[in-house]
Design a protein around this ligand. Structure first.
Ligand SMILES: Nc1ncnc2c1ncn2[C@@H]1O[C@H](COP(=O)(O)OP(=O)(O)OP(=O)(O)O)[C@@H](O)[C@H]1O
Length: 314
């Protein structure tokens, strides 16, 4: 994402520059570039296998790119950083995972899950009463502190567990939150509540957020910017409002055309005609292309290298 396209925003917290990741012959990321800014979220959208989780893992330093550069507050992160800097980076960048059931230890209470990261954070200088901090954190994610603190994970609903996971991520006062499909395993009825919570904690904590989803319809709930990915490439990106209201790439249009109610995964179902058209769009979007076209103040698409006449109508 080009910072200069929006001069009011602050310096990027995270910047990916032409990130590539190969797994043997599989080219999972073919040159991905975007930035995350404080108090703003970027939605990374695409179907299964397009490279979303690989991006998240590279940002969290759980995986190393095979090419390109990763920056934190303007400093390039090298393949093997100094141990102290690595630890501090891992505190700055927190993740919320898809599965709220497996990410909490069934043997420990909610208090225990929050106390540990809070204690670690206090070592880095913040002094406050631990019980008070747990109360504050639970309240900040919409959980009743007195009722919730002594509960074990199995006594909580999926949505409550995901709130605990978000509280745990916030406990170390990160500057970056990566939420990888945070609602896809939750009941449809509570997904919007969790997205609203993510949008609120982003604002209140000035977080630079990466919101990963296969569901393009949810991007606008959380994210000011969007990157649509297909087969390891960014195909359309920019202001969420601009991309969703005026999608220019056929693949983005395909995703939007398959969103009947915002809850059905677009990769399944659909009429035979739709599936045939979807395959056509995918095969047109697959070839690598370095041609980028600016179609709005902060709105870009990757050129297909074919005439529009060959594109299926959406
Ligand atoms: N450790 C690995 N070894 C081999 N291939 C991998 C590995 N991790 C990812 N891949 C491949 O890289 C590509 C991108 O995977 P990735 O998990 O990033 O996609 P995704 O968009 O997050 O999909 P999903 O939504 O299903 O998690 C896929 O083709 C996947 O099979």
């Amino acid at each position: 994402m080009k910072a200069e396209a929006n001069p009011v925003i602050a310096e990027a917290v995270i910047r990916l520059e032409d990130i590539k990741r190969d797994f043997g012959p599989v080219r999972a990321l073919k040159g991905v570039s975007f930035s995350l800014f404080p108090g703003r979220a970027l939605a990374l959208v695409g179907e299964s296998g397009c490279g979303k989780t690989t991006c998240a893992r590279i940002i969290a330093r759980l995986d190393k790119p095979t090419g390109g550069r990763l920056f934190f507050r303007g400093q390039e992160l090298t393949a093997r950083g100094e141990a102290g800097a690595e630890r501090s980076y891992r505190r700055e960048v927190q993740m919320v995972f898809q599965d709220p059931f497996s990410s909490l230890n069934p043997a420990f209470t909610v208090s225990h899950h929050l106390a540990r990261p809070l204690q670690l954070h206090r070592q880095s200088g913040v002094k406050a009463d631990l019980a008070q901090e747990i109360t504050r954190l639970l309240a900040s994610v919409g959980l009743e502190p007195e009722v919730t603190r002594q509960k074990f994970p199995h006594e909580l609903s999926g949505g409550q567990r995901q709130r605990v996971n978000i509280a745990r991520a916030l406990a170390v006062a990160p500057s970056v939150l990566v939420a990888d499909e945070p609602t896809s395993m939750l009941d449809v009825s509570i997904r919007k509540d969790i997205l609203d919570l993510l949008a609120r904690v982003k604002r209140e904590n000035d977080l630079a957020m990466l919101y990963i989803t296969h569901d393009i319809a949810t991007a606008a709930h959380v994210a000011e910017e969007i990157v649509v990915m297909f087969a390891g490439q960014m195909v359309e990106w920019g202001d969420t409002e601009s991309v969703l209201s005026d999608p220019r790439h056929p693949y983005t249009r395909l995703l939007l055309s398959a969103v009947p109610d915002g809850s059905r995964p677009f990769v399944t179902g659909g009429s035979a005609r739709f599936l045939e058209q979807a395959e056509k769009v995918r095969s047109l979007s697959r070839p690598e292309s370095a041609d980028i076209e600016q179609v709005g103040p902060n709105h870009f698409i990757r050129a297909l290298g074919v005439s529009n006449a060959r594109l299926p109508k959406s």
